[in-house]
Design a binder for this molecule. Structure first.
Ligand code: GLP
Length: 245
């Protein structure tokens, strides 16, 4: 694992933005997976600002998000579809046909999972995955306990996110929101993974994921075995590993 520590949030966002742009410049037909959340908002904004200033060819790149909520409308601002469409796909003028996302409602999600994988496979597999990490070590929506061999599936949200979404969306507790997500096995097959974390609240889980045992209890720990994985952190997220590197 290569660990890159940036000195503050601004350099974190800029470094991450250039990783995405660099992948598109190196391979215009690249297949790139993104993540939503607080961590990626700033970097996505910069990608679109840089594109606005120095346009590059985005006609062949494929964009998808590592995960998606189920049982809420795609047009809902909380869906990953809407977030990535607004943050990246529209600002970069990426053709809609190259924006690959699963549906948020389906009678047969098992089929949708296999379809999603085969769509990415048809395009040559995933070149780059920008991957967030949750406070409990989840990657995508693979919560602690997910088997490392798990492929794309419908998982459950962590309790903090589930509680927040129900509150913000005014949903009754019996309304179940699921998590469509690439599994750890898919993530291990990505050509390059960049695990991204910023802020002090991620410092303990970063230490566990990078220097603790490789265990399904911390899903991100599997990345210790990934052949091409970079860990991109700001100083705060790196604050508990400085003695170990
Ligand atoms: C959610 C998303 C993940 C993301 C994680 C971290 O669980 N499904 O893909 O990596 O949150 O989010 P944040 O960057 O807001 O901490």
């Amino acid at each position: 694992m290569k660990i890159t520590i940036t000195k503050n949030e601004a350099t974190f966002d800029l470094t991450a933005a250039w990783r995405i742009i660099g992948q598109i410049l190196a391979k215009p037909e690249a297949v790139i997976g993104l993540s939503t959340g607080k961590t990626t908002l700033g970097m996505h904004r910069l990608v679109s600002e840089i594109y606005g200033r120095y346009p590059f060819d985005t006609s062949k790149v494929t964009i998808f998000n590592v995960d998606e909520l189920t049982n809420i409308d795609r047009e809902n601002p909380a869906s990953c579809y809407t977030m990535i469409r607004e943050q990246i796909v529209h600002p970069l003028q990426i053709p809609e046909c190259n924006f690959i996302m699963p549906p948020t409602y389906s009678d047969d999600f098992e089929k949708e999972c296999r379809l999603f994988e085969s769509e990415l496979e048809k395009r040559g597999g995933i070149d780059l995955q920008m991957l967030g990490i949750g406070w409990n070590g989840h990657i995508g929506i693979n919560q602690p306990g997910t088997p490392f061999e798990q492929e794309t599936w419908i998982s459950v949200l962590d309790e903090k996110l589930d509680e927040r979404l129900h509150r913000e969306q005014n949903l009754p507790p019996e309304h179940k929101i699921g998590g469509f997500t690439l599994g750890p096995k898919n993530l291990m097959q990505v050509k390059k993974v960049i695990l991204i974390a910023k802020g002090a609240e991620k410092a303990p889980v970063i230490k566990d994921a990078l220097f603790g045992p490789i265990t399904p209890a911390i899903p991100a720990s599997i990345l210790q075995l990934h052949p091409n994985c970079e860990i991109l952190l700001d100083t705060e997220a790196a604050s508990e590993i400085l003695d170990s590197i």
